[in-house]
Design a protein around this ligand. Structure first.
Ligand SMILES: Cc1ncc(COP(=O)(O)O)c(C=O)c1O
Length: 403
């Protein structure tokens, strides 16, 4: 979690050119990472990895996934349009998301997107009717919301959420109403950002065995089990990355022990998070009732995650300093105390004019922010690819989008 020395000179130029907060994505690092993952898929074709593009739908990012052999998971019409515009073929698209109307389901099939995760009985029956009308037979996964001992997660954990149906409800499925669908298996995903491989294994083991029983009761062949995402990335220096070889071993074991033919995942955070960085400038520094505060040009208007999860992105001072590190309470520019990026250690001489780099912000960054509140500039987006810098999105001023 350090700025690469090979990027530093380019970043200095970008700072001068844009003079406004920006994300930058290291697509060379992303490509290396994805090539590692796709070599595992090649070795074991029964394990299929998709990319959940909600994590970062920028076209340049999508193209790296496409070129590394990943299909894309979409969860909105906007994502479908973006993915198709980025040259991904409909047969390499998987559709998830709890809010699929009849109209949307029809659009999926009309676009020839034929793999659909149904998140309700309604969706399933609507899809069946549309498939009949269009004379096609889409492949379907039933999304199941299982009960757990307890626990919360961004994906709900044991909370009641809009994702999928419970097992009892799926058991009421009327098979006569799904004759135009090819039901491939189940999708279960309720736990996000987990770094402990043992914990992932425990969660997935329960899903695989309970899912197998459900499939039997439903009378469907256990072909595909989709485990969603959920592999974490370190946001704190004390945390360690998950090694995908370990994940692969666990998935292989699950498949063997529980009789699933194929295991799928749609990775978001783990696939792209470490390859994005958010750069913003320190505007002010003050000491309030004994605490050192930094106020930045950008905050949760650009990266909202710390306010939602209470978890900070790791930060680094862009300039080199050999001063001692001290804790700063770091705030963005919004007129709400919620615009708090955390209390993080920085060299004690950090202050106005300095730039900060927040790492691990390639996933759930740019598109998850609340960019319009208070009418600051939108964040720019910069890519570094084959060592070259491109600026596909310059900072947009409020006058460009306010009416
Ligand atoms: C259906 C689905 N699949 C995959 C993901 C990606 O999850 P992660 O970023 O934990 O890999 C998400 C994230 O919300 C999701 O909703």
């Amino acid at each position: 979690m350090k700025i690469l020395e090979s990027h530093r000179a380019e970043l200095e130029k970008i700072i001068k050119r844009l003079d406004s907060s920006f994300f930058y994505y290291d697509l060379d690092g992303l490509k290396d990472h994805l090539q590692g993952l796709s070599s595992i898929m090649q070795e074991d074709p029964d394990i299929l990895l998709w990319y959940a593009c909600k994590a970062n739908p920028m076209s340049a990012v999508l193209k790296v996934f496409r070129n590394c052999g990943f299909g894309i998971d979409v969860a909105s019409k906007g994502e479908i349009d973006q993915v198709l515009r980025s040259g991904i073929k409909p047969q390499n698209i998987l559709s998830t998301g709890p809010s699929k109307s009849r109209k949307y389901l029809r659009e999926l099939l009309e676009e020839d997107i034929q793999i659909v995760v149904c998140e309700s009985l309604n969706q399933l029956y609507w899809l069946n009717d549309i498939a009949e009308a269009l004379n096609t037979k889409p492949q379907v996964l039933l999304r199941v919301q299982m009960e757990w001992e307890d626990g919360e997660s961004v994906l709900g954990g044991n909370e009641i959420t809009p994702f999928g149906e419970d097992e009892q409800t799926w058991l009421t499925m009327d098979k006569r109403k799904v004759e135009n669908l090819d039901i491939l298996g189940l999708h279960v995903f309720q736990w996000g950002n987990i770094l402990d491989i043992k914990r992932l294994e425990n969660i997935w083991t329960k899903i695989a065995s309970q899912g197998q029983e459900l499939a039997k009761k439903l009378g469907i062949k256990p072909r595909v089990l989709d485990l969603g995402g959920g592999i974490g990335i370190p946001y704190h220096p004390s945390e360690k990355s998950v090694n995908f070889q370990d994940v692969h071993q666990v998935l292989k074991k699950l498949k063997k022990q529980n009789g699933w033919e194929k295991i799928w995942m749609e990775l978001g955070r783990y696939a792209v998070g470490p390859y994005g960085h958010y750069m913003t400038q320190v505007i002010d520094r003050k000491t309030v009732r004994g605490r050192d505060l930094l106020i930045l040009d950008g905050g949760v208007n650009h990266i909202v995650r710390p306010a939602i999860t209470g978890q900070s992105f790791p930060v680094e001072l862009f300039r080199k300093s050999n001063q001692d590190m001290i804790p700063f309470q770091i705030h963005g520019p919004l007129c709400t105390a919620m615009d708090n990026l955390g209390t993080l250690e920085l060299p004690k001489d950090a202050g106005p004019g300095d730039w900060l780099c927040f790492h691990q912000s390639g996933a759930y960054g740019f598109t998850e922010g609340m960019p319009f509140f208070l009418c600051h500039n939108l964040a720019a987006e910069v890519i570094i690819y084959e060592g070259n810098v491109m600026i596909p999105r310059t900072p947009r001023k409020a006058e460009e989008w306010l009416v």
